[in-house]
Design a binder for this molecule. Sequence first.
Ligand code: ADP
Ligand code: ZN
Ligand code: ZN
Length: 739
Amino acid sequence: MFADVSFPISSFQVFSYKIPDQLVNSIFVGSTVNAPLGKRIVSGIIVNCYTKKKFNGKIKEIKSLVDGKPVLDDNLWKLISWLSAYYNTPIGLAAKAVIPSQLSTNYEPKKQSFAKVTAFKNETIIKGEIQLKIFNFLKSQDSLVPISELKTFSANPSAVCKSLQSKGLIKIIEKPVIPNIYNMSLESLPKKISLTSEQQKSISKVCSSLDKNSFDPFLLHGVTGSGKTEVFIEAAKHAIKQGKSVVVLLPEISTTPQIAGRFRSVFGDSVAVWHSKLSNSSRAWIWKKICEGEFKIIVGARSAIFTPLKNLGLIIVDEEQENAYKQTSSSPKYHAKEVSLMRGKINDATVILSSATPSIESYYNYKSKKFKYLELPKRYGEAKLPHVHLVDMIAENKETDNYNTIFSKIMLEKISDRIQKNEQVILMHNRRGFAPILRCDDCGEISKCPHCLLSLTFHKTNNVLKCHFCNYAKPPANKCSHCSSFNARLSGTGTQKIEDELSKIFPDVKIDRLDLDAAPTANKIFSTLNKFSKNEINILVGTQMIAKGLDFANATLVGIINADTGLFLPDFRSGEKVFQLIYQAAGRAGRGTIPGEVIVQTYNSENEIIKDAVNFDLVGYYEKCLKERSDLNYPPYSWLVRLEIRGTNKNDVIRAIDDLNKKIPSLPNGIEKLGPSPCYREKLKDHYRMQIVLKSNKKYDTTGSIVHNLYKKAINNIHFRKSNARSKLIIDVNPISLL
Ligand code: ADP
Ligand code: ZN
Ligand code: ZN
């Protein structure tokens, strides 16, 4: 028997091997195997098995199976094939997204040795003081004692124990150490729930879809605080009763403890989490147990959509509008929402896309009846939507004759009022660091990253200028690099500056900050949120990290320092993103019994997006936005494919993009081509970037096949000249941004 193997490399080529006789019965399409590739042994996936050798000459043999058991069922295999075709990624790389390397059902947790006394007398045969001490200690313990804990008695307790064992006094027992499957403390307070009639209505629609066992996508549109989580839980109960399993996707690790905790309080040990901050051993253990069918519910980040759950019947995508669902760094550049819909289709599963602020695409899909609609229009219980004050900062600045204000008068009044009442405040500002710009006062030169050509952000905590795209950092120079002037000035505001200024204004108030710098690890994020929930922090300052999903009853005031951040980025989605962020952040206020308030500061108080967001007029904004998208032929009215050339030599990049452009000489009806042109961020991490964007109107190209064929043909024919080999082609299907 022979087989073709695809490896996780950037080439679409597959490689042929002989299957050794002893493996003939255990290798199938979809098995992962180790095989020689060049001089290395690499693990890849079997894409084809056949009996007749395809060519004459020597053929190498597959070395071994990675996994004794087949992990990929037919459905996951179909998903991998779809990933590969849809995102134009070699099948080996698509498979690697589904089965990350290092994971195998053969995984065994590390063993730990324990000691236990078996004979209580015979102490006379014990030699020496250390042996006696250890023996006496073990005698005094009721349970098994880990030998590693005996280090206080001896530098080498395991040798001492072995000797005691050989005398028949104790027994050494080896037990596997089960890795911690959560790596975080979950709040799992059981709650008394009496479902509202709206929740009930949504739940029964989802349950009857589950009963039909056919693919059914829903958009669950519930205002912030309407109890979407309870709908998830009831739907999951129904799926579990039917013997199905469930995936719940969350965009931010910060909401995992709350939501996974709610699930665990209902479903107990059948819940596992899956995210990037798990330790290797935890990850390996959870994966093995999923394969063995022990976990029925996975709550996790985007890659959780690939976990090999058996009989997956319900997929929930919470905060479905979030960009974090898109894999942007490596191939396949998949979107977990698109994958959820496809996996749901393959599995005949029910898919719930949930949000208070759906993406424009999902809203459109519901309007055009592709998705069924579930609505929770009111907050749960007494909680009302908060009252919002929009502050015109231009007028405020004029009035106070101060053009450097961070906090408006009303913002400070309201903060101090809430603090006095022992309520809590959340201040959102979507920019980390102290100040985003350091500019020379004399010549205007801005300190930029040498690798990215973008402005460096000043971080006061460690006195560096830092690039937020490549992490390059340097101390601020005391002299302008352009004109040697000593007059440099920081401009703009980041979260550090807000925290700094606040602590001057409110010296006795407990202020903390939650952003990538203050909380780089999952544990730090959780401990800060935990402190906030216990009222140990009065004011929490943070980036978009704190804008979504969190539920704190005592947080009654939300301040948005600058609602305009991102408003003028030249991207077709920038308005949508700003709207969602303001609406969501405002939704953190007043989720308990005390009414909430929101202060939104802006320099664009007449801007429609900002006005609609602070009025919670979602339909108003979405309809306007759809009209604009339709006029300009952007999604959801068109398919987008972004073809980027990236390389260290600018001329090579220009030549390569021209080559590519020539391969797309004429355009079918309904397809537009933007570019070639430099990307908005034209240099990142020392790589120049140019792009061509293809826009294909869905009226002409319903399934997207026309634009897919067009670009695939173009790139198949591309022969980079030798000097171009350093330039790389990046294909982004349905990009989330064109920057
Ligand atoms: P959302 O995710 O829609 O913003 P949550 O699911 O976090 O809202 O619900 C908001 C709050 O209301 C939570 O504290 C939740 O436990 C509570 N809640 C929602 N529905 C119910 C219910 N039927 N019975 C009791 N508490 C509920
Ligand atoms: Zn200068
Ligand atoms: Zn940089």
